[in-house]
Design a protein around this ligand. Structure first.
Ligand SMILES: Cc1ncc(COP(=O)(O)O)c(C=O)c1O
Length: 409
């Protein structure tokens, strides 16, 4: 006799998801990148650091040194706040104490945890138009109401910010002042000061996301909003700026080591939120980074800056040759991206299909807008492209754009 198990009524899984889960969306970029991942396509789409520059031997030696120095403690559970020598190093550079530093598992986790502790449903969150898609994705489940801030070549337009602040009681402003993802633009010093004043005046928190700040290959370094706030208040516990940075772009992304600097009441809440998320960032990874920050990191930053500076310059020169004059693009002073604006009415999502036929790919700009729009824009990454890929890829992209513009005439 065969055994037949009793039939189980099926549970409607989709109906059991939380409202928060229903607000989550698949990353538009991931879907787009699938099309671009054919091996013969030259992709300026991904935002990956250059893998050939990773300090593999140095990481190997640092892992060995950490295991020798700490023994089993390198593989044990550790504190939620993070590895003290690493927090001390970060704090010393920022002129604060380790109590103002929380290590996080990638700044992406920092953004999620900040969303969790700061955003209630319906809270107004001010974002640059366009902004980092991953931040929009992190905050979205917490139910923000996004309000976009207009930007130009100097970053957020602070006159427009003032009008927005008057019209909306905002909770927080999320900004990427240095070599922004996706535009490559940098917020001017004058506007940094104005942004600080305005947000303090209106009681709005600032989340300053700065993964690229150390990768400046041209021009003068500017103080972070966090630094400026600290100079003005003299007290890290009075800062309304929450600063986030990462070792992903300066060292390696795979160790997932990043940090948040903020006033103690914010850090204390972050610690509680992180306990619920993952207890702590992997112990050994933090120890490896702590071994590398003194000697390897400064050298690595120089190497990466030099390579990205050359690649950016090369791409810009090719864009000048290959693109029709009505197409505009940014000329970043650091970071990994530049931003292209085509004439109004062009649709870069449709253009991508034709570009991939010519074996070149980019990211269409519209997913970077919290409230939609930007169909005529695209992001190009130069960080991991060779000169030959830049030459051939930008030529093919120029042809694709010319063809599309001619078709609309
Ligand atoms: C602006 C910005 N913030 C945060 C991140 C996430 O970085 P990670 O989680 O690797 O530190 C990125 C990655 O591309 C980014 O561009």
């Amino acid at each position: 006799m065969t055994f037949s198990p009793p039939a189980l009524p099926s549970v409607d899984l989709a109906a059991r998801l939380s409202g928060r889960a229903r607000r989550m969306t698949a990353s538009a970029i991931r879907e787009i990148l699938k099309v671009t991942q054919q091996p013969d396509v030259i992709s300026f789409a991904g935002g990956l650091p250059a893998p050939e520059l990773f300090p593999i031997e140095e990481v190997r030696r640092a892992a060995d040194a950490a295991l020798t120095k700490y023994g089993p403690a390198a593989l044990q559970y550790s504190t939620t706040e993070g590895h003290l020598p690493l927090r001390e190093w970060i704090a010393a550079r920022a002129g604060i104490t380790p109590a103002h530093v929380q290590i996080v598992t990638g700044s992406q986790q920092g953004l999620d945890l900040l969303g969790k502790i700061l955003i209630d449903e319906g809270d107004v969150v001010l974002v640059e138009a366009p902004t980092y898609l991953g931040a929009l994705q992190s905050f979205l489940p917490y139910g923000p109401r996004y309000v976009e801030l207009p930007t130009d070549e100097h970053g957020i337009d602070t006159d427009a910010l003032e009008a927005v602040l008057r019209a909306h009681p905002a909770k927080l402003l999320y900004a990427i002042p240095n070599f922004q993802n996706p535009t490559g633009r940098t917020l001017s010093l004058e506007r940094r000061r104005r942004l600080l004043e305005l947000t303090a005046q209106y009681g709005v928190l600032v989340v300053e996301d700065d993964p690229y700040g150390k990768l400046r290959f041209r021009g003068e370094e500017l103080p972070s909003l966090y630094q400026l706030a600290l100079e003005l208040t003299g007290d890290p516990d009075r800062s309304h700026v929450i600063y986030s940075s990462s070792f992903s772009k300066t060292l390696v992304p795979g160790l997932r080591d990043a940090w948040v600097q903020a006033a103690r009441p914010i850090i204390e809440k972050l610690v509680q939120a992180k306990q619920g998320a993952d207890l702590h960032t992997p112990t050994l990874n933090q120890m490896i980074v702590a071994e590398l920050v003194h000697d390897v990191l400064p050298r690595q930053i120089e190497t990466v800056k030099k390579a990205y500076g050359e690649r950016a310059q090369d791409m810009i020169a090719r864009l000048r040759e290959a693109f029709p004059p009505e197409v505009q693009f940014t000329t970043p002073e650091g970071g990994m991206f530049l931003w292209v604006t085509l004439p109004e009415g062009t649709d870069t999502t449709a253009l991508l299909t034709r570009a991939v036929e010519r074996k070149v790919a980019f990211v269409p700009g519209s997913p970077f807008y919290a409230l939609g729009g930007g169909q005529n824009t695209m992001r190009l990454s130069y960080s991991s492209a060779t000169p030959e890929q830049i030459r051939r890829g930008i030529h093919a992209l120029g042809e694709t754009i010319r063809e599309a513009l001619e078709a609309t005439r």
